[in-house]
Design a binder for this molecule. Structure first.
Ligand code: AMP
Length: 227
């Protein structure tokens, strides 16, 4: 795994990217991984891999994800526990899509402590929900390298060919349709947004404007990270 302890032996930061679906958490996490050698722990990615592999977790999660609901807390916290166990000590960590409920936030504190780590920052990516529906319902990725595209905002330079790796295979998430997106946003408002006051009380929360261009959001985020 790349992105282990910095050359000077310093410990990388542990952060949570919080924001509704389509806020750009995954995009920004990818950039931080490349720029800062951090690892991204995305429960959405882990669950999609489990669904694809047909594991018991995948079988349990598939229908819930397709409907835009939340997978049970113990399942996702179990995935995070496993992932922390294989993350080299001292590596900077970006939690993307986890925690999504108060119970998960509590589990995360316990899991981090068990792995000798602690939370440095919670960054909320602020966005306009209607604009998000447009963003999410048009997005697709290269099936080979994961480069992100959009029907209306970022098509490949050569139609049907990935800019980054040249692949001609692309994919869309089955839950990126309007009805499911609306459910996912309602879940965010009802269950995830209430986590913020908990972190605010601990002085951990900072915000970036998620409607700004990707580069500006990335700069804003970088400025908020502990050195
Ligand atoms: P994401 O890729 O983060 O948008 O997640 C896609 C879907 O996976 C969500 O709509 C949920 O169904 C499920 N999921 C991902 N992370 C979690 C989590 N922390 N808790 C519960 N369900 C999750």
């Amino acid at each position: 795994m790349s992105g282990s302890r910095a050359a000077n032996g310093a410990t990388g930061p542990v952060i949570i990217l919080l924001g509704p679906p389509g806020a750009g958490k995954g995009t920004q996490a990818q950039r931080l991984m490349a720029a800062r050698g951090m690892v991204q722990l995305s429960t959405g990615d882990m669950l999609r891999a489990a669904v694809k592999a047909g594991t018991p977790v995948g079988l349990e999660a598939k229908a819930i994800m397709e409907a835009g609901g939340l997978v049970p807390d113990h399942v996702v916290s179990g995935l995070i526990d496993e992932a922390l166990g294989t993350t080299p000590p001292g590596t900077g960590i970006i939690f993307d899509g986890y925690p999504r409920t108060l119970a998960q936030a509590e589990s995360l504190d316990a899991l981090l402590a068990a792995h000798g780590r602690h939370l440095d920052r919670v960054i909320e990516i602020d966005v306009d929900e209607d604009a998000l529906v447009d963003r999410i319902t048009g997005r697709f990725t290269c099936a080979k390298c994961g480069e992100g595209y959009h029907d209306r905002h970022k098509l490949p330079r050569v139609a049907g060919v990935c800019d980054r790796c040249g692949s001609t295979e692309f994919k869309r998430r089955p839950d990126d349709n309007e009805a499911t997106v609306r459910t996912r946003m309602a879940e965010y408002r009802a269950k995830t947004a209430p986590i913020l006051p908990l972190y605010e009380a601990r002085g951990l929360v900072a915000r970036v404007d998620g409607m700004a261009p990707i580069e500006d959001v990335a700069r804003g985020l970088a400025a908020l990270l502990p050195a």
